[in-house]
Design a protein around this ligand. Structure first.
Ligand SMILES: Nc1nc2c(ncn2[C@@H]2O[C@H](COP(=O)(O)OP(=O)(O)OP(=O)(O)O)[C@@H](O)[C@H]2O)c(=O)[nH]1
Ligand SMILES: [Mg+2]
Length: 265
């Protein structure tokens, strides 16, 4: 059994993904840094020990309704390729982060994209709900909403209700700190229980890599209402990038990612 647990964290902008990752890894990556339209920018946290295993967390940004029409094709494909390239080792678990409240189109689109399209429904996924500081106990949300989630076709291995709120006011700071600790324990426990013992590969060779790019790219184009970008015909990646208006040297640069198995596109 491998001692690495690879976890991919995804969810709409501002739900608390980085706050969660920071709390689990004792890091201080900027929260809510205001980066707009950088839809697939991701960050690999340095490994941290979790119950004699090494937890490797990747924080990535999800699909956001508000980004529709603002993402530049060139940036989008670079970021998508970056995420997929760095997903070469596969994942043991996905964590979908939402802020407490209604499930919107954003949450459904993110679930579909990461769980079904990228991971091909082969990697277990847990739901982490942030913003539960006003609920007593925090786990109440799980009890009240689990069946509704299933009815919506959202199948999570577990639902973890948390709070990573912070406050500069002394009277809140202590309470929030104890909720953060409780949240870290709950999510750590769930990760250890539900992560696959070995990472699930989402592609294993050059063909698989091209297939996943194509699948993810087309879903992405549909989400961003860009049907003209979709990859309907059997074109290779270079032709697709040409159609997107990329310059030849940019295409050559991007194609380096697809050469990781020693084959040319
Ligand atoms: N009240 C409350 N605020 C939270 C909670 N978790 C995070 N926040 C706050 O929500 C804001 C956004 O948190 P981030 O961790 O930056 O969210 P993110 O999902 O990484 O955002 P992007 O990187 O922009 O996608 C910050 O001000 C956090 O302090 C929570 O459980 N409760
Ligand atoms: Mg973030």
């Amino acid at each position: 059994m491998s001692d690495l647990i690879r976890v991919l964290v995804f969810g709409t902008t501002g739900v608390g993904k980085t706050s969660l990752c920071n709390a689990l890894t004792n890091q201080n990556q900027p929260v809510n840094d205001g980066v707009k339209g950088v839809t697939f920018k991701h960050y690999n946290y340095p490994p941290v020990e979790l119950s004699s295993k090494n937890l490797l967390i990747t924080d990535t940004v999800g699909l956001n309704e508000s980004d529709k029409g603002t993402v530049k094709s060139k940036d989008a494909i670079k970021l998508l390729l970056n995420l997929l390239r760095d997903s070469k080792e596969g994942y043991n678990l996905l964590v979908h982060v939402i802020r407490i409240g209604r499930i919107t189109q954003n949450e459904l689109a993110n679930y579909n994209f990461f769980v079904k399209i990228i991971a091909d429904s082969a990697v277990p996924v847990i739901l982490l709900v942030t913003g539960c500081e006003n609920i007593e106990p925090m786990s109440k949300w799980k009890k009240e909403n689990s069946s509704a989630l299933e009815e919506m076709g959202l199948n999570y291995q577990d639902v973890v209700c948390t709070s990573f709120a912070t406050s500069q006011r002394q009277e809140f700071a202590k309470i929030y700190e104890s909720l953060r600790q409780e949240s870290c324990q709950a999510i750590s426990h769930s990760i250890l229980e539900h992560a696959r013992p070995e990472p699930v590969l989402i592609y294993s060779d050059n063909n698989g890599f091209m297939t996943i790019i194509k699948r993810a790219w087309n879903t992405f184009c549909n989400f961003f209402d860009k049907p003209e970008w979709t990859w309907n015909v059997e074109k290779n990646l270079a032709e697709m990038m040409r159609r997107l208006g990329l310059l030849e040297d940019e295409i050559r640069d991007l194609l380096k990612y697809t050469n990781m198995f020693g084959k040319k596109e």
